[in-house]
Ligand binder design. Sequence first.
Ligand code: MG
Ligand code: ZN
Length: 238
Amino acid sequence: MKIEVLRKSLLATNERAAEENRSLFDRHGTVAVNLMGGAGCGKTSLLESIIPQLRPRWSVGVLEGDIATTRDAERIAALGVPVVQILTEGGCHLTASLVQHALERMPLEGMDILFIENVGNPICPANFDLGEHHRVAVLSVTEGDDKPLKYPYLFKVADLVVVSKADLLSATDFDVEEASRRIRTFDPCKPIMVTSARTFGMTDLVAEWFEARIPGYCADAVDQRELATTLPAEVWFG
Ligand code: MG
Ligand code: ZN
């Protein structure tokens, strides 16, 4: 009973900080994305692939969550976008307060989209609202198509599921149809994009999905408005 009370007060404290983060993002017109998935699933590689596609037109920032080391933050900084490293010092997920502190060092003025790369962990990050607008789950084909059964909450809360490392499909027994059936247990329309950060052009639609969520995107130009409304809910690659 005591543990349940403690858990509830922990989540209530987190929710307060999350609401403060969300109103800060909204005041700046910044769309915030919480990128989640297991260790080594390809979250940083996905960012390395899509940020160069977004940068010509949009201002991008990254908060990089890790238990230790600044390796991933250095990879992002090499792209020429502002990045703030959040070291959790053993913590297995980001909290809204950790994000709030990191935001003190991240200039949001004029920023269109902020990616928050969570700690590599398919379990508890999904329970902690950071104040983001969208949640994206990354699942690599090397992790196995049973992961949506093992970590259902991650795939339930995600607005978009990115299946990564599709260039390795033939080397695994990952069944894309079976995985998508499992991912769509809670939402039969959940968008799933099969990608490879190593293959030219295979993350273009992920970049477009993000672009379409940037405030002001639709009002920008008629051709962009058409793009935003015709984006398919489901995209498969060969
Ligand atoms: Mg990473
Ligand atoms: Zn955790």
